[in-house]
Ligand binder design. Structure first.
Ligand code: ZN
Length: 325
């Protein structure tokens, strides 16, 4: 009863334009499915990709997988036609690793502003003969942003081109110290001044100890650090759609893990671009060869991916970009 009252009250308060927008987004969010995510993560985190170590054969294969996905779905490159790779000069990381590249896809908007959705596609490779598959870290995020790209592309093809562009950024060498995102932020293909927000995903397919009994959650980090407005948009996107528990434990400034500084979004935040970092927390298989595809919760991965899609949709289509505080 209480639930029904809440729902009908909420409906009364949401203007009809908003309902129409949400209904549109909902239609395309449905193309993001647990089945597809599962199939993709199983491939991307299979032994064939050899743990996707920076610059190594397995990572080249992963880069090829991502580029093929864009080609097959007729998604553009923001760099040049048919070339999705942003090569990083090896001097940039003092020749410590073989040549490597970021991989980028693009859904053009009606304006020159963009939302950047990022996830790192590298992992730890092979050590002592053991393959570190990195299914959660960050096979989950890598495949989530592909599914989100596909949903935006479907929407654009159906006449709902976003107001702002959606730039999908698969960064390399995160595990080596955020090198790919550092390079991108110094050599952006679309100027940072036109970059409205960065939504970064690093591990969203698992459940941590703290949430074992109620896995319907995701940690959000950074959403209120630079823009209170972004935080509100993000909360609303969740309330109106998937309704996950948004856990801000790791967003506390006093949190000793300092996750805000530890993944690729920080290379945007330090340039005053508001960010949200999506994260499932750590688990026993974190950075171990046992981070494998069979351990992910794909229904949950679907929900979390849809949340990020809905958040990006709102950010891409609202009248003004989220204001900095
Ligand atoms: Zn990671």
């Amino acid at each position: 009863m209480k639930y029904i009252w809440t729902v009908s009250l909420t409906l009364l308060l949401i203007p009809s334009v908003l309902i129409a927008q949400n209904a549109k987004a909902e239609k395309f969010a449905k193309s993001i499915t647990a089945d597809e995510l599962q199939e993709m993560v199983y491939t991307f985190a299979s032994d064939e990709f050899e743990g996707r170590n920076t610059g190594k054969k397995g990572q080249k294969k992963a880069a090829g997988y991502i580029a093929d996905f864009y080609r097959e779905n007729d998604i553009e490159s923001p760099i040049r036609k048919g070339d999705y790779f942003q090569e990083i000069p090896t001097e940039f990381y003092k020749d410590k690793y073989p040549p490597t590249e970021n991989v980028l896809g693009f859904i053009p908007g009606k304006t020159n502003e963009v939302i950047v959705l990022s996830a790192h596609y590298d992992h730890l490779g092979i050590k002592d003969g053991k393959i570190f598959n990195g299914a959660d870290d960050d096979g989950s995020g890598s495949m989530a942003i592909l599914e989100i790209a596909e949903a935006f592309k479907k929407a654009a093809d159906a006449g709902h081109q976003p107001k702002r562009g959606i730039l999908i950024l698969h960064v390399t060498a995160e595990e080596k110290g955020l090198i790919g995102s550092d390079y991108y932020s110094k050599n952006p293909v679309i100027p940072l001044a036109q970059t409205v927000t960065n939504l970064n995903i690093d591990m969203i397919g698992r459940v941590d100890k703290r949430h074992q009994d109620n896995p319907n959650y995701i940690y959000l980090i950074g959403s209120d650090r630079l823009s209170t407005e972004l935080h509100k948009i993000s909360e609303r996107a969740n309330q109106e759609t998937v309704d996950l528990e948004l856990d801000y434990k790791y967003n506390a400034k006093s949190d000793p893990n300092r996750f805000y500084y530890r993944s690729d979004h920080y290379n945007f935040a330090k340039h005053d671009i508001p960010v949200i970092f999506y994260f499932n927390g750590t688990h026993a298989d974190y950075h171990k060869p046992t981070d494998t595809a069979d351990k992910l919760n794909y229904e949950l991965l679907e929900k979390r991916t849809r949340l990020i899609f809905h958040t990006a949709w709102k950010l891409a289509n609202r009248e003004k970009k989220p204001a900095l505080d």
